[in-house]
Design a protein around this ligand. Structure first.
Ligand code: NDP
Length: 336
C-alpha cells in the first residue's frame, strides 16, 4: 500500500520535501469493514492548511508521519460489510494512499454519475461550494455584474457558470491569457482579466463599468484590493477562501490595507459572509444535486478536470494547483 505522508510542516510555499512516499502492507478489513482501493484523489487548497501545526480550526491538522487526508472515489475491493458490495464505487475520504479500510461511515455509493470523478468536482464539494456561495449569499440578479476570482478553478468555474445562468454579467479573474481565453470562449463568461497583467486593476475596472454587485472571493491579495474600489452600494461578497495568503504571503507592497477594506465594506454597505461548506450538506446538498445534474447532463454547465496520473505525482500536482498551474478541478488518477 503506497501512502504519501506528511514528512515536514512547510513554512511558506510547501515543497516536495514536505511529503514522503512510504510503502506498507495492504490492510485487511475486519468484520463489518470494507477494503477500499483509491481510483481518484481530489487535491484541494484546504490541504495546505491541514499541513500547519495550528490550522484554521474547521479541518483537523495532519500529524507528522500520517498520510495526507483527502476525498476520493474508491472501489470496494473486499467487503465484510453487509451494506457494501465488492465492485461498488464510493465517495470516500481515503486520503493520499492506494488502499484504506472503512467501517462504512461517511461512504456514499456513486452509481448514477456519467463520470465518477465528478463526485469530487462539479457534482461534489467544489460545485456545492459554488452553488451555496453564489446563490445563497451572492444572490445575483438579472443584469448585475458578478466577478469571480480563480475563475477557471474547481469552485470558480462553476460559480461563474451559475451566475451566467442567473442572468448576470460575469467577469472572471484568472492567472494567464490561456485561462482567460478558456473562461470566455469555453465557459461563456463575458470577460476575464489576467491577474498577472501589470495593468490588472485598470483592466478590471474597464471590464466593470457599472461596478461590481457580487464578488465571489476565493483568493484575497491583489485581486481583492483591485475589487474593493469597484464594489457597488449593497454589494454581496461570499467569502469562500483566500488562497493568496495560505502560504503565509501578505498583501502586495506590505502596506496595511485594513483601512481600505473596512472603508469599502462600510461605505458601500457590503454584505460579506464567510461560509464553510461542511455546514450545508444536511440542508442543501439534495437541492444542489437536483439543480446541477440536469445542467451538467444537458451541457449547460461544463465541468473541467485536470487529471494527473499516478499517486506518486500527487505532491507535485498539489504544488502546481496552489501555484495556479492547472485549469479546472485537480484530480489524481490513482487506479483504473
Ligand atoms: P482552484 O481550483 O481555484 O485552485 C486554486 C486557484 O487559486 C489557482 O488555480 C489560482 O488560479 C488561484 N491562486 C493561487 N494563488 C493565487 C494568488 N496569489 N492570487 C490569486 N489567485 C491565486 O481551487 P478550488 O476551486 O478548490 O478553491 C478555490 C477557493 O475556495 C480556495 O480559496 C479554497 O480554499 C476555497 N474553498 C472554500 C470552501 C469553503 O467551504 N469555504 C470549500 C472549497 C474551497 P489563477 O492562477 O487562475 O488565478
Amino acid at each position: 500500500n503506497r501512502r504519501i505522508i506528511l514528512a515536514a510542516r512547510p513554512s511558506g510555499f510547501p515543497s516536495l520535501r514536505d511529503f514522503r512516499l512510504v510503502t506498507e502492507p495492504v490492510p485487511a478489513p475486519a468484520d463489518g469493514e470494507v477494503l477500499l482501493q483509491t481510483v481518484s484523489l481530489s487535491l484541494d487548497p484546504y490541504m495546505r492548511n491541514v499541513m500547519e501545526e495550528v490550522g484554521p480550526g474547521y479541518a483537523p491538522r495532519v500529524e507528522l508521519g500520517a498520510p495526507m487526508v483527502g476525498a476520493t472515489v474508491s472501489r470496494v475491493v473486499a467487503s465484510r460489510h453487509r451494506g457494501m458490495r465488492e465492485g461498488d464505487l464510493v465517495l470516500a475520504a481515503a486520503g493520499w494512499q492506494d488502499y484504506a479500510v472503512s467501517d462504512g461511515t461517511g461512504l456514499t455509493v456513486i452509481d448514477d454519475m456519467r463520470q465518477p470523478s465528478h463526485a469530487l468536482s462539479g457534482l461534489g464539494m467544489p460545485g456545492f461550494t459554488a452553488h451555496v456561495g453564489l446563490l445563497d449569499i451572492g444572490k445575483p440578479r438579472q443584469g448585475e455584474t458578478v466577478v469571480v476570482a480563480a475563475a477557471t478553478g474547481a469552485v470558480g468555474s462553476i460559480a461563474g457558470q451559475l451566475a451566467k445562468l442567473a442572468g448576470a454579467r460575469v467577469v472572471g479573474v484568472a492567472g494567464g491569457p490561456l485561462k482567460c481565453a478558456h473562461a470566455v470562449q469555453v465557459l461563456g463568461f463575458d470577460a476575464c482579466i489576467d491577474r498577472h497583467d501589470p495593468r490588472f486593476a485598470v483592466n478590471l475596472r474597464d471590464a466593470c463599468p457599472d461596478g461590481i454587485d457580487v464578488y465571489f472571493e476565493n483568493v484575497g491579495g491583489a485581486v481583492l484590493l483591485a475589487v474593493l474600489p469597484l464594489l457597488s452600494i449593497g454589494a454581496r461578497v461570499p467569502l469562500c477562501g483566500f488562497v493568496a495568503h495560505y502560504n503565509g504571503a501578505g498583501t502586495p507592497g506590505g502596506e496595511d490595507h485594513m483601512p481600505a477594506l473596512l472603508a469599502a465594506l462600510l461605505q458601500k454597505r457590503v454584505h460579506m459572509q464567510g461560509f464553510i461548506i461542511l455546514d450545508h450538506y444536511g440542508a442543501r446538498f439534495g437541492a444542489f444535486q437536483q439543480h446541477m445534474r440536469p445542467l451538467v447532463d444537458d451541457g449547460s454547465i461544463r465541468i473541467d478536470e485536470a487529471v494527473v496520473a499516478g499517486l506518486e505525482n500527487a505532491p507535485s500536482a498539489f504544488l502546481d494547483m496552489l501555484a495556479g498551474r492547472h485549469l479546472g478541478k485537480v484530480v489524481v488518477a490513482v487506479a483504473d
